[in-house]
Design a protein around this ligand. Structure first.
Ligand code: GKR
Ligand code: MG
Length: 448
């Protein structure tokens, strides 16, 4: 066991890209590669820890700037890490609160921010308003926890209070999708543009991973078609809890209509409309709980959401709530105010899956299967040594080794970094990519 303290000596930030199918959402379609940044923190005691976050250029610039501030900090002092990150995260590098500006225009119902380069939040305009300092802090905090765990020979879940479950349930995450990227051969999944194709997609994912809950990414087609898809899924999977998430694509009236039509069919309705005020109006009229990873994405939004009873389930996400400890604070806040808790995801790699699994394992009031984009990734496209994380009956066993329980595969990191350099993508831009196919595409909500 290495001796205390463990001071940060070096921080490496490596952008990577991995192949991504043409998954449709309300702001457009996924590009051929998804971006992530891999953070490695190295201590003077010879230990190293891993973190994973968004790979958009503005975010990378903030990560590099924050990394420079961390030399000499003891990895046990994550408050000091947070203080130093916050001091630089909101300034310069296009990062002076730009996500907050984007959020204002989004919530006012005007078009989503036109220039993704200003945001760097890896969300292509769908999830805005999270705190820049929290997004930047997250991978450094996770890496520090990885090192802490290695230093004392305990898994990260122990540092978070201990696992209350030894397996974490994840949900099948269905997407409407094109057969392949424009100009390329159809991919192994093929098209999913109608209820039958979606049911076939669900059948394959459920059979392969054993998922026991199903989420549909909606907001792509007129709501009647998406309701028909949910009803088809219900028929094929009578016992699976179902959810639909149109990322705020619907007006209040449309949301209420869909909510009434899906009474008794879905476990929650996720972000049917934008903003706390709109969600509150929907919540008063529909029979099921409303869930969000769009209108409550930072602590300063919780109070209004609770006062308005706008949401009943919060989807936490350590990548934008400031890491694992702050996500546990969110869990306590949800517990205090009687809010349910689920977990959000974006396209991600194994370091994130490990961190999500430790967090979920140590969060007693997490009441739903967590989201994951995992099945959409090629198995070979990862930076962690294979074998540490596996889905069995829809769940991932909580790693019991020291730290996160995953190891960096340096050859794979180099390969995915090369892929980043050659793919030509530096910002997630689902809308821009979709517009190459439909130049007049307008994602301004409400679309229906
Ligand atoms: O990957 O297209 C996508 C999703 O729409 C993602 O970007 C969302 O952030 O999954 C997310 C959600 O639940 O809103
Ligand atoms: Mg969502």
């Amino acid at each position: 066991m290495a001796e205390y303290p463990h001071r940060i000596q070096d921080v490496r930030v490596t952008p990577v890209a991995f192949r991504d199918p043409p998954l449709l959402n309300t702001v457009g379609v996924h590009e051929p590669f998804a971006l992530r940044a891999i953070v490695e923190v190295v201590t003077d005691s010879g230990l190293s820890g891993l973190g994973e976050t968004y790979g958009d250029a503005a975010h990378l610039a903030r990560l590099h700037k924050a990394a420079l501030q961390l030399t000499g900090v003891d990895v046990w002092h994550t408050q000091e890490v947070a203080r130093r990150v916050a001091a630089v995260a909101d300034t310069g590098a296009g990062g002076h609160g730009m996500s907050e500006l984007a959020s204002e225009s989004f919530n006012a119902g005007r078009p989503r921010a036109a220039s993704p380069s200003l945001r760097g939040d890896g969300m292509s305009g769908m999830v805005t308003g999270s705190r820049t300092a929290d997004r930047v802090l997250s991978p450094f905090e996770v890496a520090c926890l990885d090192i802490q765990g290695k230093a004392i020979g305990r898994p990260v879940s122990d540092l978070l209070g201990g696992a209350v479950r030894d397996r974490v349930d994840y949900s099948a995450y269905l997407f409407y999708k094109w057969a392949g990227h424009p100009g390329a051969e159809p991919d192994e999944w093929g098209a999913a543009l109608d209820p039958d194709q979606l049911v076939a997609q669900a059948r394959r994912i459920v059979d392969e991973y054993g998922f026991t809950a199903i989420k549909l990414k909606g907001g792509v087609f007129p709501p009647e078609q998406e309701v028909a898809a949910i009803l088809a899924l219900r028929e094929e999977f009578p016992d699976h809890p179902l959810r639909i998430d149109p990322n705020g694509a619907w007006s209040v009236a449309t949301s209420v209509r869909v909510g009434e039509e899906l009474d008794g069919v879905i476990e929650y309705l996720e972000d049917p409309t934008t903003g706390i005020a709109g969600m509150a109006r929907v919540a008063r009229a529909v029979p099921m709980p409303l869930a969000t990873n769009m209108c409550v994405v930072a602590f300063d939004q919780v109070r209004t959401a609770v006062e308005e009873d706008a949401v009943q389930v919060v989807l936490s996400d350590h990548h934008f709530w400031g890491g694992l400890n702050r996500s546990r604070v969110l869990a306590s806040v949800c517990d205090t105010f009687g809010l349910g808790l689920s977990m959000h995801s974006n396209s991600h790699l194994g370091i994130s899956l490990a961190a999500m699994t430790h967090l979920a394992a140590a969060t007693p009031n997490l009441g739903y299967a967590c989201d994951t984009h995992w099945p959409w990734k090629h198995a070979a496209d990862d930076v962690v040594v294979p074998g540490a994380l596996a889905f069995v009956r829809g769940a991932v066993a909580v790693p019991t080794g020291p730290g996160l329980g995953v190891a960096l595969d340096r050859d794979a990191l180099a390969r995915l970094h090369e892929q980043y350099l050659s793919c030509g993508i530096t910002e997630r831009d689902d809308t821009g990519y979709y517009r190459r196919h439909a130049t007049d595409f307008d994602p301004t909500p409400p679309r229906w």
